[in-house]
Design a protein around this ligand. Structure first.
Ligand SMILES: Cc1cc2nc3c(=O)[nH]c(=O)nc-3n(C[C@H](O)[C@H](O)[C@H](O)COP(=O)(O)OP(=O)(O)OC[C@H]3O[C@@H](n4cnc5c(N)ncnc54)[C@H](O)[C@@H]3O)c2cc1C
Length: 523
């Protein structure tokens, strides 16, 4: 058994930031299911929002966030993030992140929904630069022990052990190198496992985004909130060999036109702003055309721009498409909308505390109330950092709790699975029906169909889990099915269309605005 002061699950921006804040005073373990940089943080392109410009104000950033959130942002959480954002950027600069500069000052770009220039960035690969810096610092920081290839199975709580104190006491993790489930004990555990984009057939997220922390927290007795609000990016490259490659919205900004395979434009029929309509409007229009015509994808055509222009503005997109045999200077790019960001998650307070004492949730895993019904661009990386610091501070100030003996993982009654094909088949089925029935446009009937299939899959997975040795694939599928159930239940509870949730049966807003909070059965 391993013993630490704090366990952090996840090595994205949220997890690594928390580790660095805690390391001077605590023995910290960071567990991550693949390599340290396998998370969404690594893939973030645009940048990080913070009020740094002379003409900008905290109130303006708050207001922009509230508008995007369609009436559901928590004002205290929004103010908290916006007020602490500038110091989070200063902290990254101290660590050595090489932000893009102009005349020696941070270069600020502007993104959709922001009324001012307030996005700091490292060219068009901000996340990779931030993660590179943090990983270097973490590796040389005493007090942090790294456990790569360790997948959280479940957190261990006093409640699960039948103790009077329901607190979180540690966790079980599957070590991929030995195939053994290892016990970790600590008075504090932080879940920073990212979002759940992989529950959908098409996603911009990396393979690690399987909602593990959300599902584990739910099983541990935590409430989850706003799971119906999944942000879909309108244009992800559609190609059998291109997993999750984002075609930036800047392509439409620079004149890219959306077309059906026969070359007909369709956006003007959906919105007066055509290709420049907001993200959710464009995603809905593409979804409508794909369903209407039975298409696998639509086309995004920027070939009327010169090759020199494309090389200068979109070098990454040009190169990635060329690798796959698509010459964007001469032909359109096949695209589909794709699940991009999980706005909901584990209900947590301004210090990342959940309902279970000793258990914290930060980053995309958490629902702090900042994003409401729709996330404002570039607000998520900053949320990771602000709540990582707040959780670290709360842990430093928390009274010590007694702890308890933890039973080792018991796999004496399970055998090796005979048919692992069941797992890959169920995984494919889940992702496809979630896409078809619980995607961008929802109806009561589609949600009912999805709920029915989820119940069937759940019983199969539970049986598998009870009888066979756990594998990473099985754990991820179990979590995805759980998260899918939470998304469908939340979508069914929301009898209106608000922000990212659009229902054909309830096309308008219903007052008053309220978050969807699900309470776990045994809590
Ligand atoms: C393509 C793309 C572009 C984006 N661009 C931007 C942007 O420009 N600006 C912005 O603000 N946001 C952006 N986002 C969103 C932002 O990147 C994420 O919300 C943010 O990085 C989440 O950070 P995190 O630390 O919560 O999770 P992640 O960075 O996803 O890290 C999660 C970690 O948890 C680990 N993990 C998961 N499950 C387990 C388990 N069971 N056991 C152990 N470890 C586990 C993963 O391996 C990973 O290390 C973008 C997202 C994507 C996908």
């Amino acid at each position: 058994m391993h013993e630490f002061d704090v366990l952090i699950v996840g090595s994205g921006l949220a997890g690594l930031s928390a580790a660095l804040h805690l390391a001077p005073t605590h023995r910290v373990a960071v567990l991550t299911k693949r390599a340290l940089n396998d998370g969404s943080s690594q893939w973030a392109q645009g940048g990080i929002a913070a009020v740094l410009g002379e003409d900008d104000s905290l109130q303006s950033h708050v207001d922009d966030t509230l508008v995007a959130g369609a009436g559901l942002c928590d004002l205290a959480a929004t103010r908290f993030v916006v007020e602490h954002a500038p110091e989070a950027i200063a902290w990254l600069r101290e660590l050595g992140v090489p932000f893009s500069l102009e005349n020696g000052e941070l270069h600020l770009t502007r993104e959709g929904g922001h009324s001012q220039r307030r996005i700091v960035h490292v060219t068009d690969a901000t996340g990779a630069a931030v993660q590179r810096t943090l990983i270097e610092v973490v590796r040389r920081t005493p007090g942090i022990t790294l456990f790569e290839e360790h997948t959280l199975v479940d957190v261990i709580t006093g409640r699960k052990l039948g103790l009077a104190d329901p607190a979180c006491l540690g966790l079980y993790a599957l070590n991929a190198a030995t195939d053994e489930v290892v016990t970790f004990r600590a008075p504090h555990t932080i879940l920073a496992t990212g979002g759940a984009g992989k529950v959908y057939l098409y996603t911009t997220n990396p393979d690690t985004a399987t909602g593990d922390g959300i599902a584990a927290a739910w099983r541990a007795g935590c409430q989850v909130a706003n799971m119906e609000f999944i942000q879909f990016h309108p244009t992800c490259l559609y190609h059998p060999h291109a997993k999750s490659f984002l075609i930036s919205e800047a392509v439409r900004g620079e004149g890219g036109l959306l077309k059906l395979p026969d070359g007909t434009r369709f956006m003007p029929a959906h919105d007066a702003r055509a290709e420049l309509a907001p993200r959710d409007v464009v995603a809905r229009a593409i979804d409508f055309e794909m369903k209407k015509h039975g298409l696998d994808c639509v086309h995004l055509d920027i070939s009327h721009q010169s090759p020199a222009f494309l090389q200068e503005h979109f070098p990454n997109i040009l190169a990635r498409c060329a690798e796959l045999g698509i010459d964007i200077t001469r032909e359109p790019i096949p695209v589909v909308p794709a699940a991009h960001y999980t706005c909901g998650g584990v209900l947590s307070d301004l210090a990342g505390r959940t309902d279970v004492p000793g258990l914290y949730a930060i980053g995309e895993t958490a629902c702090t109330g900042l994003h409401g019904a729709n996330r404002l661009a570039s607000n998520s990386l900053v949320e990771c950092m602000v709540f990582a610091r707040a959780a670290a501070q709360a842990i430093a100030e928390a009274p010590a709790h007694a702890g308890a003996e933890l039973p080792p993982w018991d796999d004496s009654r399970v055998t090796d699975a005979d048919e692992t094909v069941v797992i890959s088949h169920n995984w494919d089925e889940l992702r496809r029906f979630m896409w078809d029935y619980v995607g961008i446009v929802r109806t009561n009937k589609r949600l009912e169909r999805a709920a029915h299939r989820i119940a069937l899959l759940d019983s199969e997975i539970q049986e598998f889990y009870a009888h066979f040795h756990v594998t990473r694939d099985l754990l991820e599928l179990r979590n995805l099915v759980q998260v899918a159930e939470l998304i469908v239940r939340s979508a069914q509870a929301r009898r209106e269309s608000r922000g990212l949730h659009f229902s054909r049966d309830y096309p308008s807003l219903a007052a008053p605005a309220a978050p969807t909070i699900l309470v776990p059965p045994a809590a």
